[in-house]
Design a protein around this ligand. Sequence first.
Ligand code: F6P
Length: 534
Amino acid sequence: MFDQLLKYFQKVKDRKITSLFDQDKQRATNFSVLQEDLFLDFSKTNIDQQAFELLSDLAKYRGISEARDEMFRGELINTSEGRAVLHTALRNLEGSPIYVDKIDIMPSVLQTLEKMKEFSERVRSGQFSGQGGAISDVVNIGIGGSDLGPAMVVRALAPYHNGPKCHFISNVDGSHIHDVLSKLNPETTLVIIASKTFTTSETMKNAQTAYAWMSKVVNEPSLQFVAVSTAVQKTDAFGISRNNVFGFEDWVGGRYSIWGPIGLSIIIAIGAEAFESFLNGAQDMDMHFKTAEIRENLPIILALVGVWHNQICNYSTRAVLPYDQRLGKLPAYLQQLEMESNGKGVDLDGNPLNFHSAPVVWGEAGTNGQHAFFQLLHQGTRVIPCEFLVAAQSHEPYLDHHHKSLLSNCFAQSEALMQGRSFEEVCSNFKNEHIKQGKIERQARHRVFPGSRPSTTLLYPKLTPKILGKIIALYEHRVFVEGKILGINSFDQWGVELGKDLANGLETILIGESESKDLNTSTQSLIKVTKTMW
Ligand code: F6P
């Protein structure tokens, strides 16, 4: 299947994307999908009917529908860890039964959601207070999936904030915790320790530092700490009352955990109703993913576009460009989702892959990126597929003229990337200027845009909780489909372990408790020189 696609790409790789619009007058409609309030345009890619059919055949051949049903049913598809993958259960609001080890998990999922709602209401109303009165600030301490999701969503949904202010501490770099805590009043601060395993060294160190900070002023600091974790023995050992522990199970992966207790800071910021609407959006996307035909199925289409660009065209990176300032953290969130899930070197059976796994995902909110790296996107030697996201409406009607500029910029970029500007066109633009022909040609070469640079655009009416829920679930399922097409396990992350192991050993060397003899001489020398700088 891959071979057929690779062969087909060789045949069509030199054609202009614009030529596809000449051949198919309905291309803009044929290569876009409107799914309720999400509109995905993938017509500005080099995918034509035949390429799409080959890609769909590949998805079918890889058993996407069967795999999707296995996931939703709770089968142990995370084979290297022997776990089910059921983040979708966290937004199964009707509570239809889902079984893990023959036990229906939904009653406990809904109970936890109720506990989150009740707790968040108590915090927001001032019924749950700190030593100094109502909670003014919430600090989420976590990293990776225990930080990126809530931090991204809290920022994205700023117009819906009507609770205490939320802050996020992730990095073990002391400057992070210092800069956040030094501005807060410990007597009115609530700390959430968010860690699935409750062992992650950065989070544990930050949690202890926050505890020490609060202890200086607050008589019973543990009353102002809550934990979100699967490891209740460990939260007990930290001294957090079980009433203040929000548990979840190992069938929720860290980077897929935003829908449950890891979203505690979100529900405190926006309230239970808006949080439910966020879950509702994700649930709608689940239903769409489960029922829509490939040609209409947004997650599958986005995945096929991803596979086409990365594995077939060999474009090794993907730019995520939200023209939505409040989605500024989306690229970082998607980096973990895509790269931790699908950045693998072996297939499900442990055999080396003979094609590339996940692309490098990166990006920045538009229009800022235009004044930074878009130069390379337009004229650099590498082709970088771009994924634009933009809302038709803003939350600030009085600034509508800003929003019109934002939209124009977004649409102009995808148009420019595709259309390009030819040498002849540039030269003719010089026509009326009195410059010698040789000079015109030299100048013109710098101003040529090759064009045919592919992009997709996801357009939505407004960044509401529901739409954000849908967008995140769309990307989650896209990653799932891509992983399945590659035949890899998208739900483990063994690749993060080696560095963690070495860091633990290195810390003992740095503090002089052991020697560095097993380390490479380059690392030994880094340690030695560091010590001379202390
Ligand atoms: O190191 C990677 C990782 O395990 C991620 O997968 C996870 O999201 C993050 O660390 C945080 O883990 P935890 O929630 O257990 O602290």
